[in-house]
Design a protein around this ligand. Structure first.
Ligand code: PAF
Length: 284
């Protein structure tokens, strides 16, 4: 695996791969890799000849007071995992390479960015959209892969790609979970063992609510029950538990269309998110 830190070298390497006729996949990450990221690499190898992974802890998607400074950075261990997984190139730009002096552009994707995490973390999705657009332009991949764990992020990126006619295909990969159901996340390492054990309340609450709503039960009641289950299960605060249209993320979704249940909650200072599909109710 080639590790590249300068854009000029990345461009040369990509040109060589293109010259060999390679189809290229991009897996953007912020590092602190886990099995969820490796599942993205594995899925990328199925749809491309060469996989480029990027690691960049993007300051623009952290609000003041969030965990930018303490976000885990494990460059060497990450590079080993990527090489073992069969990645061809690791794109590892520094902040100065990504945002040189005078950088002044920001991408806002309205609508899908606005509720849920967009409301709880103002500016977050502008930072995500801006860096992802840059990564797409830097790497020039044919396809990029993202996890469903960050479901709103996926919707924002799909919207941006469609709106800006970006020549890249977006593929989503199912959320990877621990044996007890907790979604894998780089932030899980912040959790002390007792909080990690309690965190399972999140996928459980979503699973129960999705089943009730999918069977035609009262959605408002199911969401309230899920919030209570999170608080009684050990979460300190709940940012949201919401049922939305799976594509537009609009609230009060049409039960005949695919819907998604999303939640964000804090446990011992760590903010966890998760989401689950709600099956469409068949209409006759
Ligand atoms: O999902 C992430 O790790 C980040 O939000 C991404 C897509 C790499 C952009 O910084």
């Amino acid at each position: 695996m080639q590790t590249i830190r300068q854009l000029v070298s990345l461009r040369e390497t990509i040109a060589t791969l293109r010259g060999e006729g390679a189809r290229i996949a991009l897996v953007p990450t912020m590092g602190a890799l886990h099995a969820g990221h490796i599942a993205l690499i594995e899925a990328a190898k199925l749809v491309a000849d060469k996989v480029v992974a990027s690691i960049f802890v993007n300051p623009k998607q952290f609000a003041p007071g969030e965990d930018l400074a303490r976000y885990p950075r494990r460059e060497q261990a990450d590079a080993r995992m990527l090489a073992d997984a069969g990645c061809a190139v690791l794109w590892l730009p520094g902040v100065e390479e990504m945002y040189p002096d005078g950088f002044a552009t920001s991408i806002t994707v309205s609508g899908v960015s606005e509720g849920l995490d967009g409301a709880a973390r103002p500016g977050h999705f502008d930072g995500v959209a801006t860096v992802v657009a840059k990564l797409f332009n830097q790497v020039g991949a044919d396809v990029a892969l993202f996890g469903e764990k960050d479901f709103q992020q996926l919707a924002v990126i799909r919207r941006m790609v469609a709106d800006l006619n970006l020549p890249i295909e977006i593929i989503s990969v199912l959320t990877q979970r621990d044996d007890d159901g907790l979604a894998l996340s780089s932030r899980n390492i912040y959790l002390a063992p007792e909080d990690r054990a309690r965190a399972v309340a999140l996928p459980r609450a979503l699973g129960v609510a999705a089943r009730v709503i999918g069977q035609g039960g009262d959605a408002v009641q199911a969401l309230a029950t899920a919030r209570e289950a999170l608080l009684s299960g050990g979460f300190d605060t709940v940012d949201y538990v919401e049922l939305v249209d799976a594509e537009t993320l609009a609230p009060m979704p049409d039960p005949a269309r695919p819907r998604r249940l999303l939640a964000a909650a804090r446990i011992a200072g760590t903010r966890l998110i998760d989401n689950i599909a709600v099956e469409p109710i068949a209409t006759t």
